[in-house]
Design a protein around this ligand. Structure first.
Ligand code: NAP
Length: 525
């Protein structure tokens, strides 16, 4: 079966043989995708001219109701999505939940939040700026929805959440969406789009999908479009510097890779709750989605006197995690999504081993449960130990996109800060400590190079939402290497799909424009 593209209000099959999507456990070919023959310029034009105006003819509240309807539809089809994710991504039940349920939860969150903006169709920001000696001439800032298309170029690891965490704020803002999922796992994204289109929840042109190569997509984006990219730093650099993107100052949001850290405070010693909480989270981060999360813990910074005990504790838990075919209920860790990803992970592990010792795993010939090594894309969970601190290079630079983490001992708080900052910009750091003095120095010390800092102590216990879990009402994105993007954060995400404009004029005009506008302060609520 070749997956159809949905463009210019039509289902269109790409020409040619297409690219095969495979089961990473068995190697079996599942479906193919092709974008060849698709008129990408026409697809974008159709979305701009048809989908955008139809969405913006409604207010925020009505669009929030569309998100709610999408969430309900996806929830009703959940079992089918789990099945596709199992076959195409080798996802365990927990992995499927992370992606599919995460998508539904995010949509519901935006549906709820969007209601608070009421029937308004744009936003008014702040008060009047006095511009003359009398009130005759003033300025008013507005946030106006963009009249372009939100173009999403997504990564393979979140075929469900990756679409909806971006689409929820875009659609709520009144901006139509064209998604190009990553090829290896495009099936789930395509099926969700197909279901939503067939259910008639959105107006024509509000949601399009192109599966396969992005081809000349970026040649046709315009001033009022947004390109939202999630993927590797190398591809991100190509997006940013694309001549048409540069020439037309197209707004680009980049969510790229990241060498995130978990940091144990001086009080997180064996026997302390913070130590146990750290061990649990490190193992969870290494195993869920087989470590294929942009937010996953890659480096673990621990006080020098604790690092070896931590390594032993994590290794003993990893030893109990069954790795193999997710169709076997005992299995906790599935494969990577493709042989190509497996090869990239092996290459990354080999680089890390140039400066690390292996504490656990790392055997390319290990036997997965109920699967054949040669057909499948498994990587054994691998824990490494590096005592080279800032002198190490690969540990801080190489993101192995798999179940791999490295423990690094640190000497003091300044050293921990320097090591965390050496990631040169990360999505998240989690800190396990209840030591106020340490936290008071560490958190501000790393804050400007992180999008999110999660602090866990004994009082928080297991109530925390997780190192790698992106909450829709909190910011997602990180500076520097992580791409410099910002997503989610509740209604704050709508800012990317609006343009700030100040209108200068008489009070009657400004009153008229302000009358039906919602207060932009609601975005920060
Ligand atoms: P990738 O190879 O960079 O691909 C990302 C997307 O870009 C895919 O849809 C890909 O399409 C497309 N693409 C590739 N070359 C392109 C070009 N020249 N023009 C237009 N589109 C192009 O990344 P990936 O391997 O899918 O994803 C893994 C990476 O994503 C990891 O590094 C991970 O850290 C990062 N990630 C980051 C976040 C975050 O929120 N920060 C979230 C998830 C993943 P094809 O698949 O068709 O090549």
């Amino acid at each position: 079966m070749k997956l159809a593209n949905y463009v210019y209000g039509e289902w269109v099959e790409g020409v040619g043989e297409g690219t095969a999507l495979r089961d990473p456990v068995t190697g079996e070919q599942l479906v193919t995708v092709s974008s060849d023959g698709i008129d990408v310029r026409r697809a974008l034009d159709f979305a701009r001219r048809t989908g955008g105006p139809a969405l913006r003819a409604q207010g925020y509240e009505a669009r929030a109701a569309m998100l709610d309807a999408i969430a309900k539809l996806l929830a009703a089809n959940r079992a089918e999505y789990f099945d596709i994710a199992l076959r195409n991504s080798g996802a365990t039940e927990a992995d499927c939940g992370f992606d599919v349920d995460g998508a539904i939860f995010t949509l519901k969150t935006y549906a709820r939040a969007g209601k608070t903006l009421g029937a308004a169709r744009h936003l008014k920001e702040g008060g009047r700026a006095p511009l003359a000696k009398t009130d005759a001439f003033q300025g008013q800032h507005f946030l106006m929805p963009l009249t372009g298309v939100a173009v999403f170029i997504n990564a393979f690891n979140f075929p469900a959440w990756g679409l909806w965490e971006k689409a929820a704020p875009a659609l709520l803002a009144g901006v139509p969406v064209l998604v190009k999922p990553a090829t290896p796992t495009a099936w789930l994204t395509q099926r969700m789009v197909e279901d939503v289109v067939r259910a008639g929840i959105l107006p024509a042109g509000a949601l399009s999908i192109v599966c396969g190569s992005a081809r000349d997509l970026l040649d046709h984006v315009e001033e009022c479009d947004v390109v939202s990219f999630t993927g590797s730093a190398d591809t991100a650099a190509r997006m940013r510097t694309h001549p048409n993107v540069v020439a037309r100052s197209v707004r680009v949001n980049i969510e790229a890779d990241s060498v995130n850290s978990a940091i144990l405070g001086p009080d997180a010693r064996p026997g302390a709750p913070e130590f146990d909480l750290a061990v649990k989270e490190i193992v969870r981060e290494m195993t869920i989605k087989a470590g294929q999360k942009c937010t996953a813990i890659r480096r673990v910074l621990a006080p020098a006197g604790v690092a070896r005990s931590l390594a032993d504790a994590v290794a003993s838990k990893l030893a109990g995690c069954k790795v193999g075919n997710p169709r076997n209920e005992a299995v906790r860790v599935g494969p990577l999504v493709s042989k190509a990803q497996q090869a990239a992970a092996f290459e990354g592990i080999a680089k890390l081993r140039e400066e690390c010792d292996t504490v656990f795993g790392g055997d390319p010939a290990f036997e997965p449960v109920d699967a054949h090594g040669e057909d499948s894309a498994f990587v054994q969970p691998t824990l490494l130990y590096c005592d080279k601190g800032l002198d190490a290079r690969f540990v801080h630079d190489v993101e192995v996109f798999g179940p791999v983490a490295t423990i690094l001992p640190y000497a003091d708080t300044a050293d921990a800060i320097a090591l965390a900052r050496r990631g040169r910009g990360s999505l998240v750091a989690s800190v396990y400590s209840g030591d106020a003095g340490f936290l008071g120095e560490l958190v501000p010390g790393i804050a400007d190079l992180h999008g999110r800092v999660m602090v866990v102590d004994a009082a928080v216990g297991s109530q925390h939402t997780g190192h790698g879990n992106v909450m829709p009402n909190c910011l997602h994105g990180g500076p520097g290497r992580a791409g410099g993007g910002e997503e989610l954060g509740g209604l704050r995400a709508l800012a990317m799909y609006h343009r700030r404009v100040v209108v200068q004029g008489g009070p009657a005009l400004l009153d008229a424009l302000s009358r039906d506008a919602a207060d932009a302060a609601l975005l920060d609520a």
